[in-house]
Design a protein around this ligand. Sequence first.
Ligand SMILES: Nc1ncnc2c1ncn2[C@@H]1O[C@H](COP(=O)(O)OP(=O)(O)OP(=O)(O)O)[C@@H](O)[C@H]1O
Ligand SMILES: [Mg+2]
Length: 234
Amino acid sequence: MLQVTDLVVAYGSIEAVHGVSFEVGQGECVALIGPNGAGKSTTLKAVCGLVPIKGGDVRFEGRSLRSLPGHEIAHLGISMCPEGRQVFGEMSVLENLRMGAYSRRRAGGWQSDLDEMLGLFPRLRERIGQKAGTLSGGEQEMVAIARALMARPRLCILDEPSLGLAPKIVDEVEQILLAIKARGVTMLLVEQTVSMALRVADRGYVLEAGTVRLEGDSPSLRGNPEISNAYLGH
Ligand SMILES: Nc1ncnc2c1ncn2[C@@H]1O[C@H](COP(=O)(O)OP(=O)(O)OP(=O)(O)O)[C@@H](O)[C@H]1O
Ligand SMILES: [Mg+2]
């Protein structure tokens, strides 16, 4: 479904991603893991058209996204739940979720999707009229995930959904990710909680300093001593 080939991304004269290749198949959940500054968010932004691609290519269902603007990429069915959540703080939970539905090709049916999202996130149902900026971190993450899903994405990209959340809430996020996966949504997941990422994802790639260092299915990455020493030692 998604093929990233020799991707190069630079900020001005500084290259952050130096030829990254990976792919995500239909219905798969693929994790990108790696230390701070490895280029994970930059890679996701390049897929979504939020930073220019300097070299290589990103193909979605065979079509190159290289020269497409972000809103056209969203219309193709790629939706992003960004790092740091970025909910619209002055808008209510309901308004945030409606915003998510805007990138859909057909506007209809958003109310039934809203009901589905509120079933998946009962806590948001209780807070539907509350300003998103006044929600707790975990609740804001739920808004960000639900907003991304309101676009009915074919590919849902999530950048560190568990960042800054208490362990109990991280467990809740894990359950939510598993529920989304069970609905057949194709997912590309960046996570610093590597143990969680490798429980949710089918396969993973380890990015270090802008290149892919390792790749494999989740059980083999979990069993790899380099991974367990660097990322699972807690
Ligand atoms: N807007 C920007 N301008 C200049 N450099 C940037 C910009 N965004 C990211 N970088 C640099 O690109 C590199 C990769 O950053 P990126 O945010 O992709 O890392 P990351 O793997 O997502 O890290 P983290 O785990 O901390 O979120 C870093 O060296 C960072 O300083
Ligand atoms: Mg990041």
